[in-house]
Design a protein around this ligand. Structure first.
Ligand SMILES: *Cc1c(COP(=O)(O)O)cnc(C)c1O
Length: 734
């Protein structure tokens, strides 16, 4: 939560004071007295179902739009603080009450159907999905970026498809950092304390009404974790949290920050996630048919399953356990570079797993280390979570076709008996995104009109989807797009307005933003983590040429940027500072903005409102990428290097490809960068800009709209997370 000044909340209860030093709070279940006919809002606030339905969002926003923004779209905080007068006005507003009633029926219908079975996946034996972060909605701030958003979308599609699945993660009290840009363009980080009691998290209790605690040995002590439950439609997401009175001060902070600490913090977090996660499922009586390790962070769960197996079978040995555990577990890797995978020094593994635990696996310490090495005999190698995961699961996959290929090459050395990368048993499932979450309400409205109320289900049938989208007239598509583009521009004006400007050195400081950006100008978005391989500076490689492009009087271009640098990545912060400090005298200051604190909310405005989404990663380092998929579902055109998902998505008409698909091995990095920059400028100058500004006799850019339509038709079904979850069920889980 952003700090909210207490003055603004006159009816705030005393325990909510943000200055409170309290570590533990047991004031969950605050229950606002709601008017009888608005009671359903309380139920709704406990399930993130509302967040992927425009009508659900509106029911909360309409109560008090200003407060809704102020409390950052958190229904729990809204309901707690909304003024009585507003509640009673809504209770007397027949339109509002009718809308609420209709939505309550939709909610009841959705939740009344019982889960389906998919082969061996049944309500009794569900899939257990493990991930270190979940990006469900901004009001549950326990994600940092792509991996979390993907996990959130996975749960939403599993919910919509009525798939028996439970999810396990960690509750990070301080979440991930908030980004602020100082007057000199330097990124600063801020963590805010989010109290579980203000989030839509319910404490998980045992049959005696007490907190369910799991115990894990860490740092030579017994460490306890309590569990919270978040409802994601029909899906239960359990989050472990070590901030409990039973723990030492320092252990309470184990789940404090997401990716905030050193490797020691990470290893203990991962122990809580993997081992604590399995123990929690046991306490809940959940017996999964398959465990999905989404990224290697949770790979320790394989060791816990091994320990359990051997504990129950006196005569079994480690090899027996491995064949059992492998059968139960599947693994998805998300990183195409060796260095990006989690690695721990052996001393930390030794500290983390005491002798008792290791001997319960019926192996020696050295044998444990071997499980985490690419070359088991190389005693200098650290312990890698990906080698462990690959060894102890029956299936491993990358997240796009290209990434599958790259992963087979990368992990070939784990398979001494295999000589050809092609034969490495790593497959792929290309990532996708949850359409109802990412498609703008204005597009959902035209989808409903031309395709039907159940457009999101029609999406499962590419031919039916095509037939539906083809019926939408060009001007309707254009108008829906312009509507969200205007919204993006207002958002930009609001976010970049600053009464307290500093040196006027950065493009980020403006006093008067009321005329900033125009809906008639081609708008290009670029938002992603600031990391070297994403090549933030590719666009700036020929500044003169760039300024000529943005300043062209008849056909100008405006850019909107957003993204965070890892707190310890100085090089990335310098890059950002450089971008923000570009020549003050040029028009760049009028044509480019940087939005602070890229998160799911900022992403939504961007992917829905831009005309073009640019992506220029160094090949083949973009494992998949998903932000461009969100753009495509909103009629935006991708302008991207052929890497990750775009290799599969690009068809020559539904966007633009930078560079060519070539084997880059022989060329130097500088040569490749120079070629890609040249290609980027050229495509902008000769294709993107002329096509965007070419208007037909009715004043519409008809060729551009034709491409938008092509993107909507071809990319939406293929890159929806419904398709992704279906693929996981058919090709991986069963
Ligand atoms: C979708 C999304 C991402 C992932 O996008 P990439 O294409 O992988 O960069 C990251 N952060 C946020 C906030 C998102 O919404």
């Amino acid at each position: 939560m952003k700090e909210i000044s207490t003055e603004t909340f006159t009816n705030m209860q005393p325990t909510l004071s943000v200055e409170s030093e309290q570590t533990f709070r047991n004031d969950f279940y605050f229950k606002r007295e709601l008017p009888e006919n608005l009671q359903f809002l309380e139920t709704l606030s406990w399930n993130f179902f509302w967040s992927w339905k425009p009508d659900g969002v509106n029911l909360f926003r309409e109560l008090d739009p200003a407060l809704w923004e102020k409390c950052e779209q958190n229904p729990r905080v809204l309901l707690k603080n909304v003024k009585g007068l507003q509640l009673w006005q809504k209770a007397n507003d027949t339109d509002y009450v009718a809308k609420l009633q209709r939505f309550a029926e939709e909610f009841e219908n959705y939740h009344s159907s019982s889960p389906k079975s998919f082969g061996k996946i049944t309500p009794e034996n569900p899939v257990a999905y493990f991930c270190a972060e979940y990006g469900v909605h901004n009001s549950l701030p326990i994600y940092s970026g792509g991996l979390g958003i993907l996990a959130g979308d996975h749960l939403k599609s599993a919910s919509d498809g009525n798939v028996p699945l439970v999810a396990v993660g960690l509750f990070y009290r301080y979440g991930y950092f908030r980004q602020e840009i100082a007057h000199d363009g330097w990124q600063e980080e801020r963590y805010s304390d989010s109290f579980a009691s203000e989030l839509a998290l319910q404490p998980v209790l045992n049959e005696n009404g007490e907190r369910t605690l799991v115990m894990i040995h860490i740092r030579g002590r017994a460490v306890f974790a309590q569990a919270w439950l978040a409802n994601i439609g029909r899906i239960s997401l359990y989050l472990l949290d070590t901030n409990v009175a039973e723990n030492d001060e320092i252990d309470r902070l184990i789940t404090g920050h997401l990716y905030g600490g050193d490797t020691e913090t990470r290893i203990v977090q991962e122990k809580i996630l993997g081992i604590g996660g399995v123990r929690l499922l046991r306490k809940l009586g959940i017996e999964p048919v398959v465990y999905h390790l989404n990224e290697g962070h949770s790979a320790f769960l394989t060791l816990e399953l091994t320990r359990e197996f051997l504990e129950e079978r006196e005569n079994a040995d480690f090899a027996d356990a491995v064949s059992f555990v492998k059968e139960k577990c599947v693994f998805t890797t998300h990183t195409p570079v060796a260095a990006g995978n989690d690695n721990f020094p052996l001393s930390q593994i030794k500290d983390c797993f005491d002798a008792n635990f290791i001997s319960s696996l019926k192996i020696s310490e050295e044998q444990l280390y071997e499980l985490g090495r690419t070359n088991p005999d190389d005693k200098s190698e650290w312990f890698g979570m990906t080698p462990l995961a690959i060894r102890l699961t029956r299936s491993a996959n990358g997240v796009s076709k290209k990434h599958g290929e790259v992963s087979r090459q990368l992990w070939l050395k784990l398979f001494p008996e295999i000589t050809q990368a092609d034969n490495v048993p790593i497959t792929y499932i290309t990532n996708g995104v949850h359409a109802p979450t990412w498609v703008a309400p204005s597009f959902q409205t035209i989808y409903e009109k031309y395709i039907g109320k159940h457009w999101a289900e029609v999406l499962h049938d590419a031919a039916a989807w095509r037939a539906g989208v083809e019926k939408i007239p060009a001007d309707k598509i254009w108008n829906a797009h312009q509507l969200v583009k205007q919204l993006l521009i207002s958002f930009i004006r609001l976010k970049t307005f600053s009464t307290e400007t500093g040196l006027h050195d950065t493009i980020n400081e403006r006093e008067n933003t009321s005329k900033l950006f125009s809906p008639d100008i081609l708008t290009i978005g670029f938002a992603r983590r600031i990391a070297a391989y994403k090549r933030w500076n590719l666009l700036l490689s020929d500044l003169e040429r760039l300024l000529k492009i943005v300043n062209n009087v008849e056909k100008p271009v405006q850019f909107v940027f957003a993204g965070k640098a890892h707190p310890q990545d100085r090089a990335a912060k310098l890059l950002l500072q450089n971008l923000l400090s570009l020549d003050e005298n040029s028009q760049w200051q009028r044509r480019a903005v940087f939005l602070e604190d890229y998160d799911q909310e900022v992403a939504r405005y961007l992917v829905q409102g831009v005309d073009v989404w640019m992506n220029v990663p160094r090949r083949p380092l973009e494992a998949s990428g998903t932000s461009g998929q969100k753009v495509a579902m909103n009629g935006g055109l991708n302008l991207s290097i052929l890497d990750g998902w775009w290799i599969e998505g690009y068809n020559g008409e539904n966007g633009f490809a930078i560079g060519i698909l070539q084997d880059d091995n022989e060329k130097s990095q500088e040569t490749i960068d120079a070629e890609d920059a040249e290609s980027l400028y050229q495509i902008l100058e000769t294709e993107v800009i002329p096509t965007y500004y070419a208007k037909d006799e009715s004043g519409l850019p008809s060729e551009w709209i034709r491409r938008m339509k092509n993107a909507l038709i071809t990319l939406t079904p293929q890159f929806s997370s419904d398709r992704m979850v279906k693929d996981y069920i058919e090709k991986i889980y069963t």
